[in-house]
Design a protein around this ligand. Structure first.
Ligand SMILES: [Fe+2]
Length: 188
């Protein structure tokens, strides 16, 4: 028997994942323009701007019961008007499944919303650990000047339900007010 070398690497300081079984994707502003409130500011921006990207190690097929996925999300710094760049946000298709997030670098906010629409926000910084229980939608917002990099681990059968968040929306927006990240009612 031999001691095997790992075929996939995590660069611990940066969160970058490389090697076997790694999938990468990115979201551009034009794909998620509907998330942002300031239509005039949007019209002045390059629709090709990358807002966030995800690297994911998938050792099993999506939907496999009992497995885990491991990923790193990077939300770029930027704003549309006064509203910071953010991820789409999602519930898990299998609502009872939970997830861990941990801050790797940068600074931001994790917005959490349960199924009756009540919302709370956790500060994300390097080293912060976030347990996201089942039945809770989650969205990352970069409130800093550099990339917000966040690690994640979640069940391989969790799935993603983006539609419920699109329909309902988060009740809170994170905006820059007097130079500081501020929580604001979404329909203000
Ligand atoms: Fe998730």
């Amino acid at each position: 028997m031999m001691i095997e070398k790992s075929k996939t690497r995590v660069n611990v300081p940066t969160g970058a994942i490389s090697g076997e079984g790694v999938a990468a994707s990115e979201k551009k502003l034009e794909q998620i323009a509907y998330l942002f409130r300031d239509r005039d500011a949007l019209a002045r921006m390059d629709p090709e701007t990358v807002v966030y990207s995800v690297e994911c190690h998938e050792a099993v097929a999506a939907g496999t019961p009992g497995g885990l996925f491991f990923g790193t999300s990077t939300v770029r710094p930027g704003r549309v008007g006064d509203e910071y760049f953010m991820t789409k946000g999602h519930f898990h298709a299998r609502r009872e499944t939970a997830e861990y997030y941990w801050g790797i670098s940068g600074s931001g906010v994790l917005l959490l919303m349960d199924e009756d629409g009540s919302c709370r926000a956790e500060e994300v910084t390097a080293g912060s650990l976030h347990y996201i229980p089942g039945h809770v939608a989650h969205r990352l917002i970069n409130t800093g000047e550099v990339d917000l990099v966040v690690g994640a681990c979640w069940p391989s059968d969790a799935g993603h339900d983006y539609g419920s968040v699109e329909t309902k929306g988060f009740p809170i927006r994170v905006v820059c007010l007097d130079g500081r990240p501020t929580l604001e009612e979404a329909n203000k």
